[in-house]
Structures are given as structure tokens and as C-alpha cells.
Design a protein around this ligand. Structure first.
Ligand code: NDP
Length: 272
């Protein structure tokens, strides 16, 4: 019987992870099946344990369970510890190994797919929720000239900065007026609601890249704003999704799939 993997979430029916992992498995000749696992909102542990008991080898974890998965783990990777959130679980006898591949997904998408160097650049990260937290450590490892996190609720950005021992600046949106950045990443959930985070005009430096973690929309309000503001390059979060999946696949199988063909295929089917 092939090894069993799944993505656990609520809701989970929209998830593209089964498509991505099936493509990786066929590309690399790995014998596995990957399904969707809907867990009641108050029963993450019971659902994950039942999957383990059926012989499940690993899970991807999506909303709203990334914090539950963090508590569920018995062994945490450095990345999971820094993010305080988990998107990848690997079951090995009694151990529950946990990782967070979201940040590596973003960084790999920027470096490999978009040819966008982070080292020495000024980076503005919008939002201080789970997605922002997960990408901070991998972004800092690239040694940007500056990392600033702007959030609607300043206190949340401040707490985040404190938990990284002040390794980056925290600010409100109004406080960043007059400053310029080379890479502006929207890690808020504003696009989901068709809204624009209150980014002041003029934040995009000459040649800046605008990146929206949201995917599945032709144009988000943030990317439309960036275009109107003269940003030079634009990306949605589909590349991050595929890259974080590749990193999870590597954690489970020790094999690195090629992401470019899967991303190209997914982009075609997403925008059909
Ligand atoms: P959270 O709910 O944890 O955080 C939401 C954040 O968005 C908060 O900082 C909140 O600010 C801010 N926010 C929400 N609405 C607005 C608004 N109208 N204006 C300004 N700020 C706003 O969500 P996540 O961090 O988990 O997810 C954020 C986004 O990232 C989602 O769109 C998700 O789909 C995407 N994502 C993409 C991934 C990928 O692989 N491409 C992976 C993970 C996430 P405040 O604190 O003030 O409330």
C-alpha cells in the first residue's frame, strides 16, 4: 500500500496541496497518496491521531490548526520554533516531528522563481499574523538591509518584534509614509476580503517588487495599487505555495521535486 499523507484543515476542500503533491510524486516516482482531511474545529488532535493510527506518515497543516500542530508536536525544527506555528508533521514511530516550510517557500519563490535577491535590500512586510510570523526568520537569514513589519494593530507587530529580540522594526502604516522599500510583501488577509491594507503612497522604491501571499485571484487590490504606484515587478502567492509544498515533500521523502513545471501547470489551471 502506498504511504499516506494529507492536508488537514477546516475548511480544506479548496486546498491545492493534493494536486501539487500528486504531481511531485509522479515526477519523482514516489509511491504515495495525498488526500484532504477535514477536522472539526475542536478536534485537531483526535483527527490527526486517528490518521496516524491508520498508518498516516505525515500531514500538512492549514488554517486554523497551525498553532494546534505546534502544541501537538514532540520534536520541533528550528523554523517551527521561530514561527511558533507548524505546517508540516512527520510521523516516525512514537515521534511527531514538526516543521514550518512557509518561510522557505517564500524565500525560494523570491530567489529561484522570481530572481529577486533579498540580501542587502529593504524589505517591508505587511501584517503580523501567522503568515508573517512564519516568514520572518527565513527572511532575516537572507540578511536584508532592512526588515520592517507594518501592522494595523501596532501592538501585535511590536510583540512579534520582541519575540525576535528586536531583530526588525515594527511600525504602523502611517509611520512608514516617506520611506521606500525594494520588496513589499503583503502578508495580511486583506486581499481575501477584497481590501487594500492602508499602505501609504510612495513606499515602492525604483524597481521594487510587490508580492501578495494571496493566490487564486487574477489581481488583488494590493497588486493593483502597486501597479498604480509604479512598482516594477509583481507576484502572487502561488509560487510560495508550490515551494513550501516542495520543502514539505523533502522533509517527508528526502527527495527534492522540480517546482517550475508544477508551478507553470498550476498557474494555467488556476487562471482558466
Ligand atoms: P491572520 O489572520 O493570522 O493575520 C491576518 C493579518 O492581516 C493581521 O496582521 C491583520 O491585522 C491583517 N489584516 C486583515 N485585514 C486587514 C486589512 N483590511 N487591512 C490591514 N491589515 C489587515 O492570517 P494569516 O497570517 O494566516 O494569513 C494572511 C494571508 O497569507 C492570507 O491571505 C493567506 O491566504 C496567506 N497565506 C499564503 C500562503 C501561501 O503559501 N501563499 C501561506 C500562508 C498564508 P491586525 O493584526 O490589525 O488584525
Amino acid at each position: 500500500m502506498p504511504d499516506q499523507y494529507a492536508v488537514i484543515g477546516n475548511p480544506v476542500e479548496h486546498s491545492k496541496s493534493p494536486l501539487i503533491h500528486a504531481a511531485f510524486a509522479s515526477q519523482t516516482g514516489q509511491d504515495l497518496v495525498y488526500s484532504r482531511l477535514l477536522a472539526p474545529k475542536d478536534a485537531f488532535v483526535a483527527t490527526a491521531n486517528a490518521f496516524r493510527a491508520r498508518g498516516g506518515r505525515g500531514l500538512n497543516v492549514t488554517l486554523p490548526f497551525k498553532g494546534d500542530a505546534f502544541s501537538f508536536a514532540t520534536v520541533l525544527s528550528e523554523r517551527a520554533r521561530a514561527a511558533q506555528a507548524v505546517n508540516t508533521l512527520k510521523f516516525e514511530s512514537d515521534a511527531i516531528f514538526a516543521d514550518n516550510t512557509d518561510g522557505a517557500g517564500l524565500v525560494n519563490d523570491l530567489l529561484r522563481n522570481l530572481g529577486c535577491n533579498i540580501t542587502g535590500r529593504r524589505v517591508l512586510l505587511l501584517g503580523a499574523g501567522g503568515a508573517a510570523r512564519g516568514v520572518i526568520e527565513p527572511l532575516l537569514q537572507q540578511r536584508p538591509a532592512q526588515l520592517l513589519v507594518a501592522n494595523r494593530t501596532l501592538e501585535k507587530a511590536r510583540q512579534l518584534s520582541e519575540s525576535f529580540r528586536g531583530a526588525f522594526e515594527a511600525a504602523t502604516y502611517t509611520a512608514i509614509a516617506g520611506r521606500q522599500f525594494d520588496i513589499v510583501i503583503n502578508a495580511t488577509s486583506a486581499s481575501l476580503a477584497g481590501e487594500l491594507p492602508p499602505v501609504p503612497p510612495g513606499v515602492f522604491a525604483h524597481g521594487a517588487l510587490a508580492y501578495d501571499m494571496m493566490y487564486g485571484m487574477r489581481q488583488t487590490p494590493f497588486l493593483a495599487f502597486a501597479r498604480a504606484q509604479g512598482a516594477a515587478a509583481f507576484a502572487d502567492g502561488l509560487g510560495m505555495l508550490v515551494e513550501q509544498a516542495a520543502e514539505s515533500f523533502f522533509v517527508w521523502r528526502g527527495v527534492r521535486p522540480e517546482t517550475a513545471p508544477v508551478l507553470a501547470w498550476l498557474r494555467q489551471t488556476t487562471h482558466d
